[in-house]
Design a protein around this ligand. Structure first.
Ligand SMILES: O=C[C@H](O)[C@H](O)[C@H](O)COP(=O)(O)O
Length: 232
């Protein structure tokens, strides 16, 4: 297992390990994307080596697929298992109502598909992800069809967002689904996530937003005082 490098990494690992311990025999599990989810994948692999038998795991990105395959986790997909027993993933922001911003790693679309296919969605994080209101710390990622980028940018700006096309290595970032991502900063934060989500979804060419509303059931936070699970 990767050695933690900072307290934050240790807390992410604690959350990942605690969530892996929620996985039971015979489950179909969705695996999230990102640094916290990577600890979950490693901990699940260890449990499987120790004898846990799951039916299979569905990865939410190519990166998670590659990691899980390299650790010999049995993999499946939504065509074979359209319903997941549990989906476990990190988040960029978590508000008190368990509403989330996700997508800093660019995997928001597949993540939301898996979260919505799951009977139970468990969020794993370190304490820095807890916020009182969404949108103050992280911009909201919005995945879009590339050819529509200019009209979509205009419409997002009219909703009050400062809109940046995500780049990696000086070229536009391309998602696993061959789309672009706009990172949208709302200077006052997002006080009405459902309304903002509906407005953005009404723009033709928008594929998905990083607002995860009414999806998460439980949060596992690793921190200096141990692991806290809410609600129990
Ligand atoms: O697209 C990326 C995902 O939404 C991640 O789950 C999220 O960005 C959290 O990642 P990390 O655990 O690395 O902070």
């Amino acid at each position: 297992m990767t050695s933690p490098r900072s307290p934050q990494d240790t807390w992410k690992q604690m959350a990942g390990v605690a969530a892996a311990n929620l996985i039971q025999e015979g489950m179909v599990v969705g695996l999230g994307t990102g640094s916290t989810a990577a600890y979950l994948v490693q901990a699940l692999s260890q449990r499987i080596q120790q004898g846990l038998q799951i039916v299979g795991a569905v990865p939410s990105s190519q990166a998670t697929y590659d990691l899980a395959a390299s650790l010999n986790i049995p993999l499946t997909d939504l065509d074979i298992h359209p319903e997941l027993d549990m989906y476990i993933d990190g988040a960029d922001e978590i508000d008190p109502q368990l509403r989330l911003i996700k997508g800093a790693g660019g995997a928001l679309l597949r993540e939301k598909i898996l979260a919505s296919a799951a009977r139970r969605f468990v969020v794993i994080a370190d304490p820095s992800k807890k916020v009182t209101q969404l949108g103050h710390r992280f911009p909201l990622p919005v995945e879009i069809v590339p050819l529509a980028k200019t009209p979509i940018k205009l419409k997002l700006s009219k909703l009050g967002a400062q809109v940046e096309l995500r780049h990696r290595d000086n070229i536009p970032f391309i998602t696993d689904n061959h789309n672009y991502i706009f990172d949208c900063t709302f200077p006052q934060g997002i006080s009405n996530p459902a309304e903002v989500d509906a407005q953005i979804h009404s723009i033709v060419g928008v594929v998905e937003t990083g607002l995860f509303l009414n999806l998460a059931q439980q949060v596992v936070i690793g921190g200096p005082e141990g692991v806290q699970i809410f609600p129990q």
